[in-house]
Structure formats: C-alpha cells, structure tokens
Design a protein around this ligand. Sequence first.
Ligand code: PNS
Length: 174
Amino acid sequence: MKKKPSIAVFPGSFDPVTNGHLDLIDRTLSVFDEVIVAILVNPEKRPLFTVDERVSILGEVCRSKRRVRIDTFSGLLVDYAVRAGASAIVRGLRAISDFEYEFQMALMNRRLNPRIDTVFLMAPESYSYLSSRLVKEVFHLGGAITGLVPPLVEQRLRQKLLHAASARRGRRKR
Ligand code: PNS
C-alpha cells in the first residue's frame, strides 16, 4: 500500500516573507513530504500587505519548490491543520526569546488537538535577528534590507512606499 505523504503546516503572518521564512520552508521540506505555508487572515491586525498580496508574493518566491502549497486560514490553527490533512505544525526558533511564546502556543495547540504535533526548527544564526517587523521598520527608515528578503519583496516594499507617498501628496492637494 502506498504511504500517505507527510504534510506540515507552516503558519504565520508573512507580512512580508523573509529569507528566514524561506530557509525554514526548505528545512521543513527535508523532513516532510509537503509543506503548506498558511497565512493567517486576521481582520484585527493592520498588515502592510493584504492577504492577496502575501499569497501572490509567497506563490512567486516558492514557485520552484514543487512540494510547497500556499494557503490562507482563519480560526483555530489546529482545525485548519486537520482540514488540510497535516500531522504537524512547524515553527521556527530564532532565539531563546522566541521560546516562551512558542512554547505557550504549542502547548495550547496540543491541548486543543493532541494529534497535531508542533515541530520546532532552528533558524540559522545569520537570520537569528531577522523578523518581518524589523524588515519593515528598517526599510521605512531608509536602511538596507538586501539579503534579508527575496528581491521581489524589496521591490514590493518600494512600490508600497511610493504609493503611500503619492497618496499623502494627493491628500495635501485636496
Ligand atoms: O507569524 P506569526 O504572527 O508569529 O504567526 C502566529 C500564528 C499565525 C501562528 C498564530 O497567531 C496562530 O496560530 N493563530 C491562529 C489562531 C489560533 O489557533 N490560536 C490558538 C493557538 S495558540
């Protein structure tokens, strides 16, 4: 009988995806047959990139990764994992400071559904300080982010900045 493929969900906000996320996707692919990158749809947050923009960026930067699927979810992550046929949730650990929050989430998810395990993968040291929040902050303040995000993300950030600047000019004229 053919073995069922092992599927992992890699959840997050991905606002925007960084090279740290892409490294974790590759690491996950060496452990699982398939990875679903699942973007949380959270109407309470005000993300820089819309869900559609994030789906499109992730689709583009993961295009060559044949065993990766991009999806969105809302509600409980463990319920989504069951619907998607996944047996595990993958999260990255960059530093000890990540641990407490991740440990809480993993234990809560285990309580909600003991069949879904959380697997932690270590980010490489070179990305241990990298986060989507810092990328946005550094970019908006004019700092260099080359090498921290895929070139497409840098391009999209530049477009966002230009768009915001022209919207401000438009408001001032009125
Ligand atoms: O990239 P992020 O913002 O650190 O990802 C956080 C995410 C999406 C993994 C987390 O917020 C989540 O799982 N949200 C879904 C809601 C849920 O299941 N909550 C209970 C589990 S603690």
